[in-house]
Design a protein around this ligand. Structure first.
Ligand code: ZN
Length: 324
């Protein structure tokens, strides 16, 4: 029995050792892992984590390094792309911004257009430009303006030629503004140039001490208006122009566009000369001149004669005679 006890004690010792073994075994045995998962796994996973962390860090460094080293080239490489793209974006953004700007612009344009459309305007229209392109005819050794069709009525809106001619001196200086009804097949600038060429001609009223300067302000001595037959009648009333002739009414010198385009039969297709007559005759009224008769068959027709109704035996003449 005692022996039995000793072995038991041995066992105890052995047990202790066994216990120690157990404790030693514990780590090795299964239960260890279960209970001490964290702690025990920490070691192996910690290594993994550490490795991963190192790898990640290394990769991070590598990437960072690549970014830094390759950065310049890449960014430059991208820079163009971005530069190209940015404009696009900016373009996209700018359009957004431009839209409002464009609106104001177009609004301003329409404003200026409306302002221009009202009484003030500078540029010729496409229709006016088209009118210039027709074939030319020569009558009385003069190249005639292209044939155009004048409507009985146009827009009713007068648009004046912008700009001014050089200042002039003389016994009497007259300022005037040229206005053309919008919608007529005439270029305002060309009309203004033709009118001024007549008024500033040495053989015209200039020879009678009258100098003319075209301006584009409202403060003028007279307004020279090229109007449709319908508007001519309105502007000339109570004078009766009946859609056929021109007039001078107060400070308005109104040229009938129908006559400006066609002239008269007695001028035989010499529209260029008849235009000079229109300007000289109606402006002559503004200068204070009244009508005169044909002095005699074959004599040059006075410019203040009502030539539109016929030359009455006089010879075609579109310029003021010395005694007019
Ligand atoms: Zn008259």
């Amino acid at each position: 029995m005692p022996s039995g006890d000793r072995p038991a004690e041995r066992r105890t010792v052995g047990g202790a050792s066994t216990v120690a073994d157990r404790s030693a075994d514990v780590p090795i045995s299964g239960p260890g892992p279960a209970t001490s998962d964290g702690a025990v796994v920490l070691t192996p996973r910690g290594r993994l984590v550490a490795l991963i962390a190192v790898v990640v860090a290394a990769l991070g460094l590598v990437l960072a390094f690549q970014t830094l080293s390759a950065g310049p080239a890449t960014s430059e490489g991208r820079a163009p792309d971005q530069a190209a793209a940015v404009p696009g974006d900016d373009g996209g953004a700018v359009p957004g911004k431009a839209a409002p700007i464009v609106d104001p612009g177009s609004a301003g344009g329409s404003d200026s257009g409306s302002v221009a459309a009202a009484p003030l305007t500078p540029t010729p229209s496409a229709a006016d430009t088209d009118a210039v392109a027709a074939p030319s005819v020569v009558v009385n050794d003069r190249t005639q303006p292209p044939a155009v069709e004048v409507p009985t009525a146009a827009s009713g809106q007068l648009v004046y030629a912008s700009g001014a001619t050089a200042p002039v001196t003389g016994d009497r200086v007259w300022t005037y503004r040229v206005e053309v009804e919008d919608g007529l097949p005439f270029d305002r600038a060309e009309v203004a140039a033709a009118v001024h060429a007549t008024l500033s001609d040495a053989g015209g009223w200039l020879a009678h001490g009258n100098a003319f300067q075209r301006v584009d302000s409202e403060d003028t001595d007279f307004r020279l208006i090229l109007a449709s037959p319908s508007l001519t009648d309105q502007l000339c009333a109570p004078l009766q122009t009946r859609g056929r002739v021109s007039c001078r009414n107060g400070d308005l010198v109104v040229l009938n566009a129908l006559r400006w385009a066609e002239g008269i039969e007695d001028y035989g297709g010499d529209v260029a000369s008849y235009r000079e007559y229109m300007v000289n005759h109606e402006v002559g009224h503004r200068l204070g001149r009244g009508h005169v008769e044909c002095p005699g068959a074959g004599e040059p027709a006075p410019v203040m004669m009502q030539q539109t109704y016929g030359l009455d035996g006089c010879a075609l003449n579109s310029w003021p005679l010395p005694d007019e």
